[in-house]
Design a protein around this ligand. Structure first.
Ligand code: ADP
Ligand code: MG
Length: 547
């Protein structure tokens, strides 16, 4: 080998380089994510060599970034595995060749699994440097090899030469001479922002101009038995951007249907109750600790927008830019799996500690009800989470399952009345048929509850019945004979018909039929309609002319 030689990219390569630099990446700033991902891979490979005993190297594994805004210069150094002259030609001289993929394959052939820690796969990330640079210099040294220098301006040629006195024993230093219009990437503030955004959770220390940047660990990757409450809390503060403690926590990993490592927090309060703000979806999608999408609203249905946390999916089929994923059906699978898991968590927590759950419920019930009107697939799981007052439990809220336990053997329906005041519900004439019986009746505090009931019609095969609208059915269900009341028997028969006619004329057109009831005990009359009074109110609110 000559000490210095000029090589040319193949013709197709030139074109590719252009495409890569200009069109794959929508945001210029991602070049930093790509370089840091490469640093992390190089360090991971070196760490692996050390633990497997195939490297003598010490264990100081780190990333050092320095900037010089006056010269528009940005320098990244990692003490990772480094590259030999051959490797640099192979890996940086051939677009779409990923040394990391090759490394993984080699390890797999040796039956060693490193799968979830190596980020690289496409072999194009490095070229994103040419989006922002006039020229890129790479100095690298692998163990047992000479140092080497590679330089290119991304126009189709690169130059490679031996290099001594690199100032480091092992690793890679990349020097970017930034383009005039990209000089912001040599300012410390800008860099700090970008690094924290994408690469905050890289497992190796990153220093920027001597300052440590990433002191947060990707705790979702760690064994939960080793994580303290304090660490979970600190992490929550960083994702949810709040000091108010969370209510529930879910840290889990699974391989079905996708490899997911997730850390999900359920807050104890939210901002929507003030009516000014919509909850932001502070749920971030990562792949191997590298941010893919912040506030990833596709990860959960909208009604779960109060959830905070991190979902890391290592085998999400990413686009080459790594900014999006390719397969939306897989995304749907991921969303469904996450949704089911979160609803299950809430159910478990509700069972574990009722008062704690009820307090949470008070704060968040509207989100669940919103879910019931939109997510029919999970309606049973959502119904399980609802809580109500009831004629058999006026102080403590009850669940539908608790209601079912109270049902009489002959009963196959779930009775409810809508009234925000428990006492006035209990005294309602519509409750009269239930007096002196111990049939359970739910007391719904608002119309939204009723809308949820109407939407799905039943829970576990038991239909919801509004006591205001279903007198006849109720009578059947209660299985009681109509007993003639004393008051009624005192009215002479021939006075009833003219009275009914008069009443009907007076109240027309609001009333279509007057009929005699023998069921009422204390109340003189009730209005029975197709819709309950609360529904009528809702309809009027939506369309006042229909009143
Ligand atoms: P990918 O990371 O997807 O493999 P890149 O274009 O980012 O593709 O990098 C190409 C290859 O160059 C890597 O697979 C790796 O072998 C090599 N490489 C890049 N940066 C470094 C580095 N800092 N240290 C060692 N090897 C590197
Ligand atoms: Mg890469």
């Amino acid at each position: 080998l000559k000490d210095s030689e000029k090589m040319e990219f193949k013709a197709e390569t030139k074109k590719l380089l252009d495409i890569v630099a200009k069109s794959i990446y929508t945001d210029k700033e991602v070049f930093l994510r790509e370089l840091l991902s490469n640093c992390s891979d190089a360090l991971e490979k070196q760490r692996f060599k050390q633990v497997s005993g195939s490297s003598q190297g010490g264990n100081d594994l780190y990333i050092n970034i320095t900037t010089n805004s006056k010269d528009r210069e940005l320098v990244l150094f990692d003490s990772g595995i480094g590259m030999s002259r051959e490797e640099i030609m192979d890996n940086l001289g051939t677009i779409a060749k990923s040394g990391s993929q090759a490394f993984l394959k080699e390890m797999k052939d040796k039956d060693v699994s490193l799968n979830d820690s190596i980020i690289g796969q496409f072999g194009v990330g490095f070229y994103s440097t040419f989006i922002v640079s006039d020229s890129v210099e790479v100095y690298s040294k692998a163990e047992g090899h000479n140092g080497v220098r590679w330089v290119s301006d991304g126009s189709g040629e690169y130059e490679i030469s031996n290099a001594d006195n690199l100032g480091f024993e092992r690793g890679t230093r990349i020097v970017l001479k930034l383009r005039q219009d990209c000089r912001e990437f040599s300012t410390e503030n800008e860099l700090e922002k970008i690094i924290k955004k994408f690469s905050q959770f890289i497992s190796y220390p990153i220093k920027l101009n001597g300052q440590m940047l990433n002191n947060l660990q990707a705790i979702w990757y760690r064994d939960k038995r080793e994580i303290t409450t304090d660490e979970y809390e600190r992490f929550y503060e960083s994702v949810a951007k709040t000091k108010i403690p969370y209510k529930y926590l879910l840290h889990y990993s699974t391989d079905v249907p996708l490899s997911i490592k997730a850390l999900i927090y359920i807050p104890s309060t939210h901002n929507e109750k003030y009516g000014i703000q919509n909850e932001t979806q502070d749920i971030n999608l990562y792949s191997r600790k590298i941010l893919i999408k912040q506030n990833c609203s596709e990860l959960l249905p909208n009604y779960l927008r109060f959830i905070k946390g991190v979902v890391d999916c290592e085998d999400l089929p990413l686009n080459i830019s790594r900014e999006t994923y390719q397969d939306s059906s897989l995304m749907n699978k991921l969303r469904n799996a996450m949704t089911r898991r979160i609803l299950k968590l809430l159910e478990e927590e509700a069972r574990k500690d009722k008062p704690k759950y009820n307090k949470w419920y008070e704060e968040f019930n509207n989100f669940l009800k919103e879910g019931l009107t939109s997510d029919t697939e999970n309606s049973e799981a959502l119904f399980k989470l609802l809580r109500f007052n009831a004629n058999f439990s006026k102080k403590e809220l009850v669940s539908l399952d608790e209601y079912i336990e109270k049902m009489k053997p002959s009963q196959d329906k779930i009775f409810f009345i809508v009234n925000p005041q428990i006492e006035s519900a209990m005294n309602s004439p519509y409750m009269e048929p239930f007096k002196g019986t111990d049939f359970p009746v739910l007391i719904l505090s608002n119309n939204i509850d009723e809308i949820c009931f109407q939407q799905s019609g039943n829970y576990k095969g038991k239909s919801f019945v509004n006591v205001e609208t279903s007198y006849e059915e109720i009578q059947k269900d209660l299985g009681k004979k109509e007993e003639s009341s004393h008051a009624l028997s005192k009215i002479p028969e021939d006075e009833i018909a003219p009275f009914s006619l008069w009443l009907k004329n007076e109240l027309q057109p609001q009333i279509t039929k007057i009929s005699l009831s023998k069921r009422l005990k204390d109340a003189p009359a009730v209005i029975v309609g197709q819709q309950s009074s609360s529904m009528r109110m809702m309809m009027q609110m939506m369309d006042p002319s229909a009143a």
